[in-house]
Design a protein around this ligand. Sequence first.
Ligand SMILES: Cc1cc2nc3c(=O)[nH]c(=O)nc-3n(C[C@H](O)[C@H](O)[C@H](O)COP(=O)(O)OP(=O)(O)OC[C@H]3O[C@@H](n4cnc5c(N)ncnc54)[C@H](O)[C@@H]3O)c2cc1C
Length: 299
Amino acid sequence: MFSKFSHLSNLKVNYELGKKTWFGSGGNCLFFYEANSFNNLITVLRIYKRFMPVLILGSGSNVLIRDGGFKGLVIKLGKNFKEIKLDQSNCVLSLGSAVKDIEISKFCLQNNISGFEFLSGIPGTIGGNLKMNAGCFGAQISDNLIDCNILNKNYEIEKLTKKELNFSYRKSSFSNDQIIINARFKTFHSDRKLIEKRLEEISRKRKKSQPVSSRTGGSTFKNPPHHSAWKLIDSIKFRGRSHGGASVSKLHSNFLINNDSATSLDIEILGEEIKNKVWKKFKINLDWELLRIGEFKKI
Ligand SMILES: Cc1cc2nc3c(=O)[nH]c(=O)nc-3n(C[C@H](O)[C@H](O)[C@H](O)COP(=O)(O)OP(=O)(O)OC[C@H]3O[C@@H](n4cnc5c(N)ncnc54)[C@H](O)[C@@H]3O)c2cc1C
């Protein structure tokens, strides 16, 4: 009987989830599973979804796992979700949801495709990008999207077009029980030199303005309409401020940093302090861009 479930041998129990995210803080999850094929994904979902919540994780670059951990199953999509395919005849690029942003920008450079340079500085995957409508330097992942295949809550594959996904600034309408499997994008050919120049420009700007080698989750808050979150944070003099092991980056005040010893609570409290101060001073609500997941640790 057990041989039927032999592909679940890589199921990990009480897995150190928080440590594996970009922040490197926070608690464990009950179960962790890397699904290397579509069939394995369906099997594990059918078994576990009846008993516990399920979270799909990309690179963990936009999440803060709370110190009490996640009382459920976390699934990371593996091998069979990493395909990159270019259909030259109709200029369509198909990407598996676990493909990393840096691999996409490299592939596009090799194939003289422009429009994906912005991904070179985002440490995510296509699944996370689409869910968050990730973007920077004037581009966002939904710009060239045609459609994507998702696994719905009835374990059926559904095709959703860009229009159906209601993308807006750092927002999409994917529900938490929709798993992005792959997506198709329009491509535009360009001169390799121009693409290289754009990549260099992005790399230079990032190194100058973002703590790229720190433990962080990227932008903490979304920019409120007509305002920049970092300017508001500077106005309340929080650049460099710390709480426990967490601090506000000196390079970019909308980035919070784990200085090695931070708990997720330190990071969240610092964020809440910023929110409160900005509200008191400007009556502007800062909306968390970081996704805070799981439970607080009981003391
Ligand atoms: C140094 C740094 C710089 C950053 N710069 C930027 C930036 O310039 N612009 C920007 O927009 N963001 C930025 N980010 C934030 C982050 O990288 C993006 O939001 C990225 O798109 C998240 O992708 P991920 O794979 O890490 O998703 P995760 O953080 O793992 O997950 C994010 C969300 O997506 C969901 N998800 C992931 N995969 C799937 C899937 N296959 N199906 C369904 N749901 C899924 C998760 O459940 C979760 O809700 C930065 C982060 C860091 C650490």
